[in-house]
Design a protein around this ligand. Sequence first.
Ligand SMILES: Cc1cc2nc3c(=O)[nH]c(=O)nc-3n(C[C@H](O)[C@H](O)[C@H](O)COP(=O)(O)OP(=O)(O)OC[C@H]3O[C@@H](n4cnc5c(N)ncnc54)[C@H](O)[C@@H]3O)c2cc1C
Length: 430
Amino acid sequence: MKTTRRNLLKMAAGSAGALLAAPGFVRAQQMFDKPPVGGAQAANAGGSERVVIIGGGWGGLSVARALKQLRPGTSVLVIEQNPLFMSCPMSNLFLGNVLHLEDLQFSYASLGAHGIAFAQERVTGIDRGASRVETTGGTFEYDLLVLSPGIDYIWDSVPGLWEGRFDIPIAFKPGAEHLHLKQTIEAFQGGTFVLTIPEAPIRCPPGPYERIAMIAYNFKKRGLKAKLIALDANAKPMSKGPGFLGAYDELYKDIVEYLPNHKVESVDHEKKLIRHSFGEIRYDAANVIPAMQAATIVRTAGIGERWAEINPADFSAKADPRVFLVGDVIGGQPFPKSGFMANTIGKVVAKHVAARLDGKGGDPLVPSNVCYSMVDGDQGGRSIWVSHAFAWNATEKRYDSEQKVDLKASHDNADSGYKWARSVWSEMLG
Ligand SMILES: Cc1cc2nc3c(=O)[nH]c(=O)nc-3n(C[C@H](O)[C@H](O)[C@H](O)COP(=O)(O)OP(=O)(O)OC[C@H]3O[C@@H](n4cnc5c(N)ncnc54)[C@H](O)[C@@H]3O)c2cc1C
């Protein structure tokens, strides 16, 4: 199928529409309508072992689908706070008016058809001694636990941002924040738009730079008299630097001004003023991206601090071998925080979980990464990419990594990006 926006839409409508009616979904809904007591028991009804997965994002869904294929008899429960899946990958295209928000949103309804139970609740605690997950809707017991809850913001890293959060969107977590940012961009009629980037490590290192390109593309298409000033705390773009800087120069010379080594010190949303390492700047609209850390539940559960450490051979948590970690929460490894990584780590972890349930030790398995970034929106857009190949170093007991890039923006690369996103959306929720 040709990767046009219309085809992306068809895929979205097909998966959500067809599966809403699936009887498996109805069963899953009945199972988890009243989760506190009955729900927890019902979660065990599907099989003898109970695997609970926290987070219905890229990592959690990838584990759930792969594990259910490997061990259909195992009871698998995904706990997710949001009612709808929203894809951060490709979300910058929504800002550029290349895709619509609904192109990025998918129902969790399909999980039931695959025998995976789903509870839309927020996890409030994990009692690891009692092997229990506490949620806003009750308590669920597990034999093995998988944590893929993504990231939270470090609000204190930008004084004033919490107070200004209704004026200044961040949009680095799935959900309504992306709509807030889009509304901010559409309401902006010209002047100075400031986008700020924190120091590495963050979720999706190329994400802010792709966002700069897509916001500039939006301004260019609308013919705005606008400056997009990017204050980067890093000395250069965290990923695909020459590709992004070349694209800004070629396509958005009059719009984008990229300033490296500019760390944000505070924001004053009433005065519309950002203070940074070299002075201050007034803005008409802003997207301030603060420093990031593993989602709060990782700390609450005593599994990690800023990020969580794994035993690299099988992705179990250093703090507790009955907990497996997936996606952006993982620290201390050469893995970029990307959806591609979360998906391939998810499949690796499903195999380790299955091996553990079989009473075997899993051999080290290797995930991979490719990350496409759109720099132009015309005719479906043009992309650049970076890839990482990993190899298990048995002597050092770590992963070695090798990076490749294609920094020449092309429609073919953009097509590969659409195909990748469509295939993983379908793999997770089709
Ligand atoms: C703007 C942007 C662009 C990006 N572009 C790309 C790209 O092009 N390619 C790419 O590969 N990656 C991209 N990424 C990165 C990608 O989105 C993440 O790396 C990926 O989502 C990580 O998966 P995860 O499972 O760790 O977290 P998530 O996908 O965020 O899933 C975590 C889930 O856990 C839930 N959760 C958290 N805490 C709780 C709780 N207490 N109770 C219940 N549920 C909870 C959250 O609601 C969330 O749904 C992009 C990210 C952004 C922000």
